[in-house]
Write a protein that binds this ligand. Sequence first.
Ligand SMILES: [Zn+2]
Length: 146
Amino acid sequence: MRDRLHLRLVAFATLLTACGFDPAGSEVVEPPSVYREWWAKTEACSGLTGDFDRVEWMIVPGESFACSSGECVGHWDPGHRIYVASDWAHHEMVVRHEMLHDLMRRRGHPSPPFGSGCPLTWESWAASQATTGMTPATPVPSRLLD
Ligand SMILES: [Zn+2]
């Protein structure tokens, strides 16, 4: 019993001291094929180009994860690493928002391309979906996109 408890404490301490951005439970995944289409769309709306295969995709289990600005559903790391909460991994706007950071190679949300050009913010995405007449404007969630 004592040994097992000790092992668990060591594992916990290792988790705490791991350097860099590393939300608990995140796993490297192979991007679904639709991500490649979304990448192409994001290149097109922004006029930027980048290497899709250079991006490392990390899925964090759950609805959101802790990030520097609060609770995030997506986070871009300058080392071409993108974190997405598993509940949002198939949400086009969330995924493409992070793609756009990688194409721009910077944080922050200047418009253009965010909002004007690429409707990849909660507000502009809801508005762009509403204009198709297919779906009513969805309420804007407060989830953050780093
Ligand atoms: Zn962002």
